[in-house]
Design a protein around this ligand. Structure first.
Ligand SMILES: [Cu+2]
Length: 309
């Protein structure tokens, strides 16, 4: 621990003495652009992730960008200007808005030309994953999701009767592996869809009661949501997180439960650069960790780091 504290002091001296390199934009949340022509937006509809930003850029004409809908109900997100309002003209050539909340559709329009309306669909963090129940198999047999996600098992038409039964055939009573502890559902032509929302991190095996002897089983891996940079999982990012990362890297401390959180710069690995990123963010004006940051969320980028269970 003392060594890590010493290293923190050294790194702090470095990050405050050196100019902090600007963050790689490729690592950050996406930025989208909507162009304002005389009498059209391009594009007028967008689908983005929550945490992304949209830049509304003036090209021609004079515009009054408003969120919501012309005549939208006061007190709702449709109320004109409830979320944002900005003049776009030659003197004010752009306006940038960060869409923090997901699972919403945000309308926008030009108050100078109210016939011009658009919409931005902001995806939330929870997703539904699909598993096909077919021919003595679950396809795909293993899925990795995050807490809050839903899995939907769909019975292939004309298939024989199957089940979607949590646990293992001989799982110990009182454990998550006990047969049917969480669910035990028929998968048939008359009951073709079963959905389950996973609200806790876990590794859950499941099987088909009639066909497990033929290898019909699967696994759902449910990862925990996390805040990037929050190495010690205390729901905030501070100097102790840099220490936790350094302890893990250099002090043979045990492996933290959420390695994804240690990847402060989201480059897919945990190394010294992550501790430096966190210290630079905290003490010398460096970029914040990429999403999920500030609020817990999922990292669905394709790296090998995981967060529990
Ligand atoms: Cu079956």
């Amino acid at each position: 621990m003392n060594h890590s504290r010493g290293l923190v002091s050294l790194l702090l001296a470095l990050v405050t003495a050196l100019a902090v390199p600007a963050g790689d934009d490729n690592l950050a949340a996406a930025e989208w652009e909507i162009l304002f022509f005389d009498s059209a937006f391009l594009p007028s509809t967008l689908t983005i992730d929550h945490g992304d930003t949209v830049r509304f850029t003036w090209v021609a004409g004079s515009h009054q960008l408003m969120s919501g809908l012309p005549g939208g109900t006061p007190g709702t997100p449709d109320e004109p200007g409830a979320l944002f309002s900005a003049t776009l003209d030659a003197a004010n050539p752009d306006y940038v808005h960060l869409f923090g909340e997901g699972d919403v559709i945000i309308g926008f329009f030009d108050a100078n030309n109210p016939a011009q309306v658009g919409a931005i669909t902001v995806l939330g963090s929870a997703l539904t994953f699909h598993v096909l129940v077919v021919d003595n198999e679950y396809i795909p047999p293993v899925i990795s999701i995050f807490r809050g996600d839903t899995v939907r098992w769909t019975h292939e038409p004309m298939e024989m009767l199957h089940t979607v039964t949590s646990g293992t055939p001989n799982g110990a009573a009182g454990t998550i592996e006990e047969p049917g502890a969480l669910f035990d559902e028929l998968s048939t032509d008359s009951t073709p869809v079963f959905e389950y929302l996973f609200d806790a991190p876990m590794v859950l095996p499941y099987f088909c009661t009639p066909h497990w002897p033929f290898g019909m089983d699967g696994t759902v891996v449910v990862q925990e949501l996390f805040i990037r940079g929050d190495s010690n999982s205390d729901s905030a990012v501070g100097i102790a997180d840099a220490v936790t990362t350094l302890d893990y890297l250099f002090q043979s401390a045990g492996t933290p439960t959420c390695l994804d959180a240690l990847d402060a710069n989201d480059d897919g690995g945990v190394d010294l650069g992550d501790a430096i990123w966190t210290l630079a963010y905290l003490f010398s004006g460096g970029d914040a960790p990429p999403a999920p940051f500030d609020e817990p969320g999922a990292d669905r980028t394709d790296d090998t780091l995981t967060c529990g269970p």
